[in-house]
Design a protein around this ligand. Structure first.
Ligand code: FAD
Length: 471
């Protein structure tokens, strides 16, 4: 290893930046982490963690309401205590953030509070809240400034009833109704949470399916579970304009000519990179037309010694990808691997939606496999036939494995139901390592377990499932 006393400045302290700082420190570099706001970034403070904390409250509420089904009586009305849910969420976020701060301190990372920008080759300027500027000399820079919600110009985000995901995580009281613009992962997770609290939800999506990055078959089944929960989903529909901003509601005009009013509107239509004002042109870092920093497979930007990871490079906007890219960028910056530079490989990135039901996929869908020239074969197993999910009272859902007929290689999987965001990783390992369906099916799976559905689906690929149950 040649890292010696190499100096690295990481700009941005989200799951990309703080993991990069910790890994670089582990490899002996002298590390400075610059953060303009809260350590932990979007993921820890305004994204992955707070949403999951709230969804856990919603799940507990739902189970308590189903008490009789599980064999117990609850005295009195079961109703959400919104303030306590929010306080629980804040407690979890604060605890996690403090843990990360402690890790950085222990690793000897210098944390500078302020807005970082490139100030020419080997120089990073940090502007503190009081306007003072510190310039840090460095050998390498890792840009990890992430992204922020994309604000559709149709809406006035200064109005208190127009929300991005950030405000939707910090409401003071439960709204009566919520119009969610965009039925991607984030919109669906909020719909799941607020619907459980009794909020009347309408979702408007301009594309032809919910969860547009998932396989159409899963999206359709997912949509039918939302319909059963009373969530109104309008596909191929756009919000054309806002007709009225009132204190207690907003009214919008839709592309089908109808009007709809809701107490609040959550706009979740994607993200925008935090690349403006970063001094990128001082060293020649290129951005694409949407503002994402251009990188190659080694996460190098177009400027020497400058890397960009996570949401900022616009690859796959997920926390686990940001952290994975952090490892690749640090290893390349410090020449950790004697065999040479590491290239990122995102083939086995799990994609998860933590709603009720959960949705998860990895690798290729059946259609993508066919497009890529494989002869796809599939195997499916339904949760309605699985001992563990029956015992849990979670019979909605299934897993489908996609494989190549010629080689028997596992190409991917898509699934919906309880704990699929946990069991997806078995297929990620299979895809990443070229395992076959036979190897998966011959692996003993614990009984009863949710993961057993994967073994059964593997048997089904070969027509050997003895507990046949197709959707
Ligand atoms: P970020 O987490 O955005 O961190 C960037 C950091 O840089 C921020 O702290 C910011 O303050 C700081 N910064 C910006 N500019 C500067 C500057 N000039 N100087 C210094 N600091 C700066 N992903 C998942 O994988 N799973 C999930 O369940 C999930 N749920 C989500 C739910 C919601 C509601 C949202 C909004 C996102 C969710 N995501 C989820 C996406 C995930 O949060 C992001 O992909 C991830 O946070 C990206 O990490 P990052 O390090 O690239 O950037």
């Amino acid at each position: 290893m040649s890292e010696g006393n190499i100096k690295i400045v990481v700009i941005g302290g989200g799951p990309g930046g703080y993991v990069a700082a910790l890994r670089a420190a582990r490899h002996g570099a002298s590390v400075t982490l610059v953060e303009a706001d809260l350590i932990g970034g979007t993921c820890l403070n305004r994204g992955c963690i707070p949403t999951k904390a709230l969804l856990a409250s919603a799940e507990a509420l739902s189970r308590a309401r189903a008490g009789q089904e599980y064999g117990f009586e609850v005295a009195g009305e079961i109703k959400p205590d919104f303030g306590r849910m929010m306080a629980r969420k804040e407690g979890i976020v604060t605890r996690l953030r403090e843990n990360v701060e402690a890790l950085l301190k222990k690793a000897g990372v210098t944390v500078l509070r302020g807005r970082g920008s490139l100030a020419g080759p080997g120089k990073v300027a940090v502007e503190a809240a009081d306007g003072s500027i510190t310039t840090v000399e460095t050998d390498k820079v890792i840009l990890a400034t992430g992204s922020e919600p994309f604000r559709l110009p149709t809406f006035d985000f200064a109005h208190p009833n127009i929300l991005t995901s950030t405000e939707a995580l910090a409401l003071d009281e439960i709204p009566e109704s919520l119009l969610i613009v965009g039925a991607g992962v984030i919109g669906c997770e909020f719909a799941s949470f607020y619907s459980e609290l009794g909020v009347k939800i309408t979702m408007v999506e301009m594309l032809a399916q919910m969860l547009p990055l998932e396989d159409m078959r899963v999206a359709k089944q997912f949509q039918s579970t939302y319909r059963k929960r009373g969530i109104n989903v309008m596909l191929k529909t756009k919000v054309e304009s806002v007709s009225e901003y009132a204190d207690d509601h907003v009214t919008v005009k839709l592309s089908d000519g109808s009007e709809i009013s809701a107490s609040k509107i959550l706009v979740s239509v994607g993200r925008k990179p935090n690349s403006a004002g970063m001094g990128l042109d001082t060293v020649g870092v290129d951005v694409d037309p949407r503002g994402y920093v251009v990188v190659n497979d080694y996460l190098e930007t177009t400027a020497p010694n400058v890397y960009a990871i996570g949401d900022l490079n616009g690859g796959i906007l997920l926390a686990h990808v940001a952290s994975y890219e952090a490892m690749i960028a640090v290893d390349n910056a410090l020449a950790v691997d004697p065999a040479g530079r590491r290239a990122r490989d995102l083939r086995s990135t799990p994609s998860c939606t933590y709603s009720h039901p959960e949705v998860a996929s990895v690798g290729l869908s059946e259609d993508q496999a066919a497009e890529a020239g494989f002869t796809p074969v599939t195997g499916t197993y339904r949760f309605a036939a699985l001992g563990k999910t029956m015992a849990m009272g979670e019979e909605t859902g299934y897993v489908t494995i996609i494989a190549d007929k010629e080689t028997d290689a596992v190409l991917g999987a898509s699934m919906m139901g309880a704990h699929v965001t946990d069991i997806i990783h078995e297929i990620a390992v299979a895809v990443q390592n070229g395992l076959t369906v036979r190897q998966l099916g011959d692996t003993i799976h614990a009984h009863p377990s949710v993961a057993e559905a994967l073994m059964e689906a593997a048997h089904d690929v070969h027509g050997e499932c003895v507990h046949i149950a197709k959707p």
